[in-house]
Write a protein of this length. Structure first.
Length: 441
């Protein structure tokens, strides 16, 4: 097994320590020669990198080298694979993305609705630049992106880098939901076989089987409708916001019992209820700043102060393990099945070919090989086509510098609809995103 040279772009991310623990847990399946961090915020990255260096000394002594840098040439030369996890504008801009729509009574969310559009218009430029730069210094490297809003980033990257089998967008939400299914069923998560279709943060499980082919879907539905649904991955199990989000699955299933919903659908199916529950001074960004970000900063400080991990609790989360296992399947041609984003091209036969759909695919050394889904029922087709039109219009707005396309996008979005509201939110977002967005005319 050839050992891999990995760069983590966005080394200062709150997910990096979890990713490092996953790389350690999976070192037999995804052996590494080197890890490099790249970030454009030297200070933020340095703290995480110093703690990482201590963790790696303790748990990965056989690793040849670990470096961190803010220089792209140093970071991207000689690498086999890049994981990208950046947040253009940081959690501060996420807070504005959530607060601005909320001021107008519209859901304030990281990847859904106007907040998602705002974040998308910031992410696209950095993501395109990073992919070009990685390819410049390591033209054959795999690029695994999970930067959000992944649906919009995937649409933009597909246009800029068409048909690139080594560039893959991936999300952890389906596997986090499957984690809860596995716990509920008392089964090993990796033995569950999902049938799933949709767009990123906008999809449904049509079936869950075990490795022997037993259909477990009805048991899962009955349990959720009877007892509710809870997050079980350690990272989110005790988080009140995620508990409330998972609980909404029961409501969605009672209203639409056909398929098991991705939890993100709550924002599109009950937008007004969710907006009413949100608080301008405590949107999710503020909770993350006071929660995950603070916890990771304290954890790094403790490790650095002790020069050891003896006084901290480190754990492997499903987010990191999923990305690492998927990467291993790609580079070692393991042909394992993961839910990823790919260009439709007939997979879902009655929606547009150019949609970036999220479906199960075999991950192989020549890229993802998605399974066919076939025709989907009218309700889901209607929802997906509307959402895909919104995503396309956001990418159009970016590439064409078009105010009109951005306004059309927001008007189509199920969380907005009302044109004057769309206009007011868009104008506020333009003001807040000066320097991040293209100039819309
Ligand atoms: N796809 C998924 O399911 C999934 C799951 C978890 C997180 N995410 C995404 O991962 C990303 C990181 O999330 P976070 O909460 O840890 O954010 P964060 O702000 O803590 O970390 C992001 C890091 O990226 C750096 N950065 C920003 N722009 C950069 C650029 N152009 N080049 C290099 N570095 C840059 C920042 O300095 C920061 O250190 C976000 O996009 C988030 O939405 C996606
Ligand atoms: O609101 P946040 O920042 O806590 O989470 C937003 C992300 O939520 C989903 O991902 C993960 C989560 O980040 C992680 O900690 C994991 O253990 O559980 C969540 C559910 O899968 C979502 O898929 C991401 O795209 C969001 O960024
Ligand atoms: Mn996601």
């Amino acid at each position: 097994m050839k050992k891999q040279n990995l760069v983590i772009v966005g080394g200062g991310s709150t997910y990096t320590i979890g990713m490092i623990m996953s790389l350690i847990a999976e070192k037999k399946n995804f052996p590494l020669n080197s890890i490099t961090f790249y970030d454009n915020d030297e200070k933020r990255q340095e703290k995480v990198a110093k703690a990482t260096s201590i963790i790696l000394d303790e748990y990965y002594p056989e690793l040849e080298s670990f470096h961190y840098t803010t220089d792209k040439e140093t970071a991207f030369t000689g690498i086999d694979i890049a994981f990208i996890q950046i947040r253009t504008g940081g959690l501060q801009m996420r807070e504005l993305d959530e607060q601005i729509p909320l001021k107008y009574g519209v859901v304030g969310q990281e990847t859904c609705g106007p907040g998602g559009m705002a974040y998308g218009l910031r992410s696209i430029r950095d993501m395109i630049e990073l992919v070009y730069d990685i390819k410049k210094y390591s033209k054959d490297a795999w690029i695994l992106n999970y930067t959000n809003p992944a649906a919009i980033v995937a649409e933009a990257l597909k246009r800029e880098f068409p048909q690139d089998p080594k560039l893959l967008n991936i999300c952890d939400m389906p596997i986090a939901i499957m984690h809860s299914f596995a716990t509920m069923l008392n089964k090993n998560i990796w033995d569950l076989v999902p049938s799933y279709f949709g767009l990123n943060h906008f999809g449904w499980f049509t079936k869950i089987e075990d490795s022997e082919g037993n259909d477990l879907t009805q048991i899962i539905k009955d349990t959720i409708m009877g007892e509710g649904f809870v997050p079980t991955d350690q990272e989110i199990a005790n988080d009140q916001s995620w508990q409330q989000t998972f609980e909404q699955a029961r409501k969605m299933l009672i209203d639409f019992p056909e398929f098991l919903p991705n939890t993100y659908l709550q924002y599109y199916l009950y937008p007004d209820d969710l907006a009413k529950k949100e608080s301008l001074t405590n949107t999710r960004a503020r909770q993350v700043i006071n929660g995950r970000e603070k916890r990771i900063t304290e954890l790094c400080n403790q490790i650095i102060q002790d020069k050891s991990t003896k006084n901290v609790e480190l754990h492997v989360d499903i987010h990191g393990v999923y990305m690492v296992k998927a990467a291993a399947s790609l580079v070692y041609n393991l042909k394992q099945t993961y839910i990823v984003m790919v260009e439709n091209n007939g997979i879902i036969s009655n929606i547009p070919d150019d949609a970036m759909v999220e479906v199960p695919a075999l991950l192989t050394a020549s890229g993802p090989k998605p399974f066919s889904v076939g025709k989907i029922p009218t309700f889901y087709k209607g929802l997906i086509e509307n959402q895909f039109a919104y995503e396309k219009l956001v990418a159009d707005a970016y590439f064409e510098n078009s105010y009109t396309k951005a306004l059309q996008a927001l008007t189509l979005n199920r969380t907005v609809v009302h044109v004057p509201t769309a206009k007011a939110i868009l104008d506020d977002l333009i003001e807040a995103n000066k320097g991040y967005w293209p100039e819309l005319q």
